[in-house]
Design a binder for this molecule. Structure first.
Ligand SMILES: C[S@@+](CC[C@H](N)C(=O)[O-])C[C@H]1O[C@@H](n2cnc3c(N)ncnc32)[C@H](O)[C@@H]1O
Length: 260
């Protein structure tokens, strides 16, 4: 392979005449067979620094907090409690989880955030405020993580303003789906809650349909769309939607005693 010293020269007049073949030039220092088309030579010559010498920045979130590798995750045990815990899917910048911890000293809550950056920052903030025995955020994709949860270990699942994907080809990333409903149903205790809110009307309709059609859930306390349940905390997107005067659809479902 060529190193920096053999980077192709831009000015072909610098090359010996015999190396200037029709449309091709040889690369000095390389094997005599290394002939490059002139176009390629010119484009390469604009970027004289070989890629391997560009210093790569260390990933500042490489050590993001992760869940243990266990096949079955007993989150209450991990958090040092015998009681079912709360779960927030996609806490983002963490406003909800932080306020929930601040405003209710009995709450034990875990967040699963796919973005390592936010999981790291929010988990650190929780620790800095002295709540790490009651709250954590892990850098995880919620669906595979939920699939490992021990059954009936979660009392409430919050999904605030999920799914910022608008292109059809990204729809497979949508969090709230029939699969997710089944995973949530398995993790929740009977009578446990699934709360979903959004300011996107089409998404609200789709979520309502998915959850209403799932045998494990029933709208609660009466009808899926509820007034602000006042959990004593708001998510960052919820605050923004309120400030912008956007209507928010809030969906509340309860895990039935039966159903999968
Ligand atoms: C539109 S933001 C809303 C953030 C926050 N819930 C709020 O209301 O302000 C959606 C969040 O969900 C996270 N997210 C998306 N897919 C996820 C997944 N499969 N597992 C965990 N988090 C996910 C995104 O990284 C992002 O932080």
């Amino acid at each position: 392979m060529c190193d920096e010293d053999c980077a192709p020269r831009r000015d072909s007049s610098l090359l010996p005449n015999q190396e200037r073949l029709a449309g091709f030039v040889s690369v000095p220092g390389c094997s005599a067979d290394a002939l490059l088309p002139v176009g390629m030579l010119l484009s390469l010559s604009h970027n004289r620094r070989p890629l391997q010498t560009i210093p790569r920045r260390a990933d500042p979130y490489a050590a993001a907090p992760r869940l243990p590798d266990d096949e079955v995750l007993d989150l209450p045990r991990l958090m040092g409690t015998d009681h079912p815990i709360e779960l927030e899917v996609g806490p983002g910048r963490g406003g909800f989880i932080l306020e929930r911890l601040q405003n209710d000293p009995a709450v034990v809550i875990v967040g699963l955030e796919i973005r390592r950056k936010w999981a790291t920052i929010v988990d650190k903030k929780i620790d800095g405020l002295g709540y790490s025995s009651r709250g954590r955020v892990f850098a995880e994709d919620a669906k595979p993580a939920l699939a490992r949860f021990a059954p009936r270990t979660v009392c409430r699942i919050y999904v605030h303003f999920p799914d910022p994907w608008w292109k059809k080809r990204h729809h497979k990333r949508l969090v709230v789906s029939p699969d997710f409903a089944s995973l949530a149903a398995a993790a929740l205790v009977p009578g446990g809650e699934l709360f979903v809110q959004t300011d996107v009307p089409d998404r609200a309709d789709a979520y309502e349909r998915v959850l209403s059609e799932h045998s494990a859930f029933e709208a609660w306390p009466s009808g899926a769309r509820v007034e602000d349940p006042q959990f004593g905390a708001r998510s960052p997107r919820e605050r923004r939607a309120i400030a912008d005067g956007l209507p928010i659809v809030r969906l509340r479902f309860r895990r039935r005693a039966s159903g999968e």
